[in-house]
Write a protein that binds this ligand. Structure first.
Ligand code: HEM
Length: 279
């Protein structure tokens, strides 16, 4: 690849990764952030964090599947942008959502599993961003650096879980992202297994193959965990009401001992429904 092409591709990566921030700034400027601006900003930054994270995880599978090696050069940049994006996402949560109310944030982290895993994913990405320079690779040593940077797989799984956990029932998007992640990790797993078999045939020392087997079991566990999460959540999504589907029957007594009213019995009539609940 020529230098000019590399610079153009790098500029394209910068443009795509900064697009959500530019979009949000434009929407802010034109007063177009919607009815719930904080939610809109949080969600836009969240979904783009996941997209960029998955893009960084897709570089190696591209080489494995199609023999295209040049995207690997953008893995570090994409990883840093994923961290940048999640920091903004997190900042919105701290500043706009909770306005530095630390006790309420602590309670939220303990109460909501999707916040807990999101925070864990952010925590895992932090040392990866801090050690992303060539100097840090040298200081840590190639092998230790590589091992540390495998945490990105765990961060990806936690990010996907975060989305699966927080999404409302009936939304398919989190399953699509979890599926893409499972495919990306699955490609690596299959490649690892293929190479392990090859090595075995070449009679590698037993200690190395044992270590490789442990790594394989870990990777398999990660892929199975994503599959299991998707499988557990999928039936619930299937039961949700979709647009165009008739609403389920509602029945109840408006007053104590009064005859029950059903929604089908009220068909064709104007009904005022008021919901209230005890906190
Ligand atoms: C790598 C880490 C993370 C990833 C990949 C991620 C990704 C996402 C995604 C995909 C969404 C949903 C977007 C949509 O609805 O379209 C989301 C929403 C959200 N995230 Fe994250 N997130 C991460 C970390 C965090 C952290 C650290 C926090 C706060 C402690 C957080 C708080 C939230 C909140 C409050 C929402 C909105 C929930 C709602 O709409 O009810 N996330 N995030």
């Amino acid at each position: 690849m020529t230098r000019r092409v590399r610079v153009a591709l790098k500029a394209a990566v910068w443009a795509v990764c900064l697009y959500p921030v530019a979009l949000l700034l434009y929407q802010f400027q034109t007063d177009n952030l919607g009815a719930n601006p904080i939610e809109h900003v949080t969600r836009t930054l969240g979904i783009w964090t996941l997209r960029i994270l998955l893009a960084s995880l897709a570089m190696t599978p591209l080489r494995i599947l199609f023999g295209i090696a040049w995207p690997i050069a953008f893995r570090r940049l994409l990883g840093l942008f994923a961290f940048f994006s999640v920091c903004l996402h997190f900042s919105v949560w701290i500043v706009l959502d909770h306005f530095f109310d630390w006790p309420r944030m602590g309670a939220d982290i303990l109460k909501r599993p999707y916040i807990t895993v999101g925070l864990l994913a952010l925590t895992l990405l932090a040392p990866l961003a801090a050690t992303s320079t060539a100097g840090m690779v040298k200081r840590l040593g190639g092998l230790a650096w590589q091992r540390l940077h495998r945490l990105v797989y765990v961060a990806g799984v936690l990010g996907a879980l975060h989305f699966l956990w927080l999404a409302k029932k009936g939304r398919d998007e989190p399953f699509v992202y979890a599926g893409v992640l499972a495919i990306l990790l699955g490609v690596r797993l299959v490649d690892w297994a293929r190479r392990a078999v090859k090595r075995r045939w070449a009679a590698v020392p037993a200690s190395e193959s044992a270590r490789a087997a442990r790594r394989g079991v870990l990777a398999l566990f990660i892929v199975l965990a994503i599959g299991l999460a998707g499988w557990l959540a999928w039936p619930a999504a299937g039961q949700a009401l979709r647009r165009g589907q008739p609403a389920p029957e509602i029945a109840g007594s408006p007053w104590i001992n009064s005859p029950p009213l059903t929604s089908s019995g009220l068909k064709g009539r104007v009904v005022l429904v008021e919901f209230w609940t005890y906190g």
